[in-house]
Design a protein around this ligand. Structure first.
Ligand SMILES: [Mg+2]
Length: 177
């Protein structure tokens, strides 16, 4: 299985389409979670703090992701809580590897997305696809210049989350390696 490329998963955007226009997205279910990094930014005792973060997830996504020709890993501010909260809600069967960021939301001297450099370090030269709502062309150019293996950076609109076309793109890319 180690010859498979990595699929690095962001939560907010690809799996949780937080900018969806409709309050009830078809196929999605709403959850309330209390992830530590989110709680740390809320006022203790506030209503938001008590109620938790609203997250919408598509319960079919776990099965779809597992069916892709990739090794899955989390690339999200949720870090290990993605395995505890998000994974079970979408039917991901096992604890996935987690990228542990040295610093969340760190400002990059060259304007790169804060995840990009630590993610490249973590991938350690392996082929990877990365789904995230915050990837820019700058990040794509940086990865092309500094990663010696194939990489697919797939920006996912947070209004839509992962769609059929994205699963198709990922499958075709992995099969063409
Ligand atoms: Mg995101």
């Amino acid at each position: 299985m180690t010859d498979r490329p990595l699929l690095l998963l962001d939560v907010d955007g690809p799996l949780n389409p937080y900018a969806a226009r409709l309050p009830r997205l078809r196929g999605y279910a709403a959850h309330r979670f209390h992830p530590a990094n989110w709680l740390a930014r809320q006022t203790p005792g506030s209503r938001r703090h008590r109620r938790g973060l609203r997250v919408v997830l598509n319960p079919s996504h776990g099965r779809r992701l597992v069916g892709l020709p990739f090794e899955l890993a989390w690339a999200t501010t949720w870090m290990h809580e993605a395995n505890e909260m998000v994974g079970p809600a979408i039917g991901l069967p096992a604890a996935l590897p987690v990228i542990e960021w040295p610093e969340l939301f760190a400002r990059d001297p060259d304007g790169l997305y804060w995840k990009t450099r630590p993610l490249l370090d973590w991938a350690a030269g392996r082929p990877f696809a990365w789904v995230d709502d915050m990837i820019t062309d700058l990040d794509s150019r940086h990865v092309t210049a500094h990663h010696d293996a194939p990489a697919l950076l797939l920006r996912i609109h947070p209004r839509h989350g992962l769609r059929e076309r994205d699963f198709t793109t990922l499958t075709r890319w992995a099969e063409a390696l």
